[in-house]
Design a protein around this ligand. Structure first.
Ligand SMILES: [Zn+2]
Length: 238
């Protein structure tokens, strides 16, 4: 009867557990909550910027239109004043009508000028909000870039540690009996992190559960075959 030796397998598993930890860490880094939060903040600020810009353009257009209307009214007033003061042969009734029209146009012009001032105030306020939005966006992008740089440095280190462990694993794997390795890999593949545990003072180190004395006795006489923990199903080494 040849006793099976599990030392290499236990060592292989310790490398596997290290690899698990590194992969977990890499996964956490790739799904960084800080990055996600900043990215969604950036999306919100960018969406705000689009809306602000469109309001800004709309206001600028309105102001331009008011200026055009004001110019038209001003030239109309000039034209009416010309008729009032330079045109000869107008009767007093005609003069009254023209003078009234001048007053009317001046009222319209006053209204437009008030509206323009109001819009210019809004425009100025909007420009300030837009500038704040851009500042905010820059700050978020700086934060995001610095976090991403940091994470990518961490990832790089973890990747090289993982490469190292992969090489170690590949060389260790060759020392292990084919059937034992296959069973171990099957257990690991089924989602079991600890696929090989040690039987230490009637306890399985895979699950820390006590094993009945009768079973311990049986295992001790069956050292030439693979034994499994009744509780967690891992290979029991001794
Ligand atoms: Zn167990």
């Amino acid at each position: 009867m040849t006793e099976l030796n599990f030392d290499d397998l236990l060592e292989l598993q310790s490398v596997d557990l290290e690899r698990d930890a590194i992969r977990h860490e890499m996964h956490e880094i790739s799904n960084s909550a800080d990055v996600k939060e900043l990215e969604s903040k950036l999306n919100r600020v960018s969406a705000d910027a689009v809306e602000l810009k469109s309001n800004h353009d709309l206001l600028a257009l309105k102001i331009e239109q008011i200026e055009i209307s004001s110019m038209k009214i001003k030239s109309k007033i000039d034209e009416l004043n010309d008729r009032l003061y330079k045109q000869e042969g107008l009767g007093s009734k005609d003069l009254q009508v023209v003078a009234k029209e001048v007053e009317h146009q001046k009222v319209l012009l006053g209204g437009l000028e008030d509206e323009e001032l109001n819009l210019l105030d809004q425009f100025e306020a909007l420009q300030k909000i837009l500038a704040d939005n851009q500042d905010n966006k820059r700050v978020i992008m700086d934060q995001l870039n610095s976090i991403k740089r940091n994470l990518s440095e961490q990832l790089e280190k973890l990747t090289s540690s993982l490469d190292e462990l992969n090489r170690k694993y590949a060389s260790m794997e060759q020392n292990i009996d084919h059937d034992i390795l296959e069973t171990y890999l099957k257990l690991r593949g089924s989602g079991k992190q600890v696929a090989v545990g040690k039987l230490i003072t009637n306890k399985c180190t895979g699950c820390s559960v006590d094993i009945a004395q009768a079973e311990v006795n049986r295992i001790k006489t069956a050292k030439d075959q693979l034994n499994f923990c009744e509780q967690c199903g891992c290979i029991l080494a001794f």
